[in-house]
Design a binder for this molecule. Sequence first.
Ligand code: NAI
Length: 403
Amino acid sequence: MMQVTVCGGGNGAHALVSLIGARQDWTVNVYAPYGDEAERWRKAVAVRGGVAAMTSDGTLVGQPARISADPAKVVPGSQLVLLALPAFAHEIMLRDIALHLGDNVWIGALPARGGFDWCVEDVLSSGELTSAPLPLCPSALFGLQTLPWACRLTRYGQEVEILGTKAVIDLATQPTAAAGDITTLLGEPLGVRLEPVASFLSLTLANTGQLIHPGIMYGLFHDWDGRPYDEAPFFYQGVDAEIAGVLQQLSDEVQAVRAELERRYPDLDLSAVRPLDEWVRRSYAGDIADPSSLQSCFNTNRSYAGLRAPIRNTSDGLMPDFRARYLAEDVPCGLAVTRGIAELADVETPMMDEVITWAQERVEKEYLVDGRLQGRDVAATRAPQRYGFETLNDLGATNEFAA
Ligand code: NAI
């Protein structure tokens, strides 16, 4: 029997629990320490008898064995630990669970976002955790390029709607030799084709959430006049020609970073760092009615249909919610990471700079100062600068750079 612990209590965690909890040969525990989520989830599961994933092909119900806010009750004995939550919470989760991990554990993030491998290494090697004799080295670490599904919770602890499933998802592993085993183990339960890539660095640069989410937020709201909205604008269907232009420029800048790294390190395999339009067509094959342009790939994508921009209801009316994960996750654990690598590679990134500068003002953080990633909040990002990497060669410890 395979014991799995799912860490998280949001959309992705529910989808995961319903799909893998439906398997007879897997026991699925949930670690949900955020607020009162564990208690709410426990009560809801008791009522419904499991978590149901509603898909276009029918309903799958998975039964979690234990749900707790105490890692000691759900982590020990697990062979597989899956982080299914925004990347800004990875570090907190890893610190919570580190002391409870067994010897032969595989730790994976769905999705990894940027710098996941550096984050894990930083947490598991930190002095504060090593006072006891700990099994702090996972036997395999892996990350998915994105979440396999577009999904939204419809009833907490009971139902999640799966709006679409990606056709194929890239997977990074450490060691790379573990890729075959992980693909075999997880491909079928997750319902996607997993395709191994060369390194976590590929995944960091190929993180398209870092482009799509802050790029569309910037596009929709940088000219906002401060007046309340009558209704939340569509997010992906709201991509117009101008916003598609921003996304294209962001994607071009990632490609410029890739090209410079490949020029300096000819043995480095970054073939998985695809331009955004190529990624979206590949990931959503079959879901896009009109794949002719980047804009139409977003506007006519079935998986994205109807999803709205994050908006909060205030006493002044409906206002953009700049605290949403589209900025809170995708800037510090995404765009800032790639911007940090660009800085080490001396690649100019004017659109990334514009989006980060706009975003950091909205969220009252400071990442970029005087054109360099040196603001006070870099310490809360996963940029290489946060981990003290001063040259591209420093990234090599975990990313197989050919120095
Ligand atoms: P979510 O917004 O539902 O996750 C929120 C959950 O994260 C909370 O309910 C809580 O359980 C946990 N959390 C938040 N802050 C925490 C903290 N400080 N400490 C501990 N736990 C905390 O996120 P969702 O939708 O599940 O997404 C998970 C990941 O998948 C994210 O990286 C997201 O960008 C990505 N993704 C999600 C898609 C979707 O359709 N939901 C599609 C593509 C990617």
